[in-house]
Design a protein around this ligand. Structure first.
Ligand code: COA
Length: 260
């Protein structure tokens, strides 16, 4: 698939996914979400891809939400379909088995904030602004924001952000746990890449199973989550990488992981 609205590049184990619709501050229309889905399929299947970094083209915006030109035309049936489709693609990102880092370079509003919420880790530029302004348009978050924001930052924060629709600064996002780090704009990509490299130094299957334990365990009673953790821990013990990782430690040398 040739992409019009995203740039998709792979370099040194990292897949870079850049949203690029400058006239609308990188807003997500249906085609953009379809392109995202296609790129995610590729990233999932390509063993050379270990981490994804998502960002927005230009200095002003990460993603300024769903495309309001398209939204304005929607019937109730279209609206439900639009929401289910976006939710499915963001879920694909969340459950890719490979970590994703949102490098939030500017506005992350509505669907843009929801996209960042579906990533594993969020780094914000000091100039970023984040929010869920849907109620200002007479709608509610439709790409998982009402669910993921409450799970990540708590019910009170989700209520305030979603009901006021007001955007917050990167520093405030850091304070409430919506982003992991705030950095100067020039440090955004190097910081995301440094975190990606730390992850890539580790055993790929262990990273994948740890993500599964966190992702699925969080939705279970703790007793069942612990059982899932123990099962995945046991599965790690069947990998070549577990033998290599433990042996390398005991032999005082760096481990050579192969993802097996
Ligand atoms: N969908 C479609 N177009 C959008 C858009 C969106 N989500 N967000 C921005 N744009 C367009 C604007 O209409 C404008 O187009 P124009 O140049 O043809 O007038 C262009 O992008 C630049 O935006 P503008 O509003 O002029 O920039 P600004 O710096 O004054 O404000 C924002 C930036 C992000 C605060 C403002 O654009 C905004 O509030 N956007 C909508 C955010 C939103 O509600 N998202 C959730 C949708 S569910």
């Amino acid at each position: 698939m040739a992409y019009e609205n995203i740039q998709y590049e792979k370099r040194d184990g990292i897949a870079y996914l850049t949203f690029q619709r400058p006239k609308v501050l990188n807003a997500l229309n249906r085609k953009t979400v379809e392109e995202l889905a296609d790129a995610l399929r590729d990233a999932r299947e390509d063993d050379s891809v270990r981490v994804l970094i998502l960002t927005g083209a230009g200095e002003k915006s990460f993603v300024a939400g769903a495309d309001i030109n398209e939204l304005a035309q929607q019937t109730p049936v279209d609206g439900k379909e639009f929401s289910l489709f976006g939710q499915a693609v963001f879920r694909q990102l969340e459950t890719l088995g490979k970590p994703s880092i949102a490098a939030i370079n500017g506005y992350a509003l509505g669907g843009g904030c929801e996209l960042a919420l579906a990533c594993s880790i969020r780094i914000a530029s000091r100039t970023a602004r984040l929010g869920q302004p849907e109620v200002k348009l007479g709608i509610i978050p439709g790409y998982g924001g009402s669910q993921r924001l409450a799970r990540l930052c708590g019910k009170g924060v989700a209520h305030e952000l979603i009901l006021t629709g007001e955007a917050i600064s990167a520093e405030e996002a850091l304070r409430i746990g919506l982003v992991n780090h705030v950095v100067e704009p020039a440090d955004l990509m190097p910081t995301a890449e440094a975190i990606a490299k730390k992850i890539m130094a580790n055993a790929p299957l262990a990273v994948k199973f740890a993500m599964e334990a966190i992702e699925h365990g969080l939705e279970m009673p703790q007793e069942e989550g612990l059982f899932l953790e123990a099962t995945l821990f046991g599965l790690c013990c069947a990998t070549e990488d577990m033998r290599e990782g433990t042996r390398a430690f005991l032999e005082k040398r760096p481990a050579q992981f192969r993802g097996r």
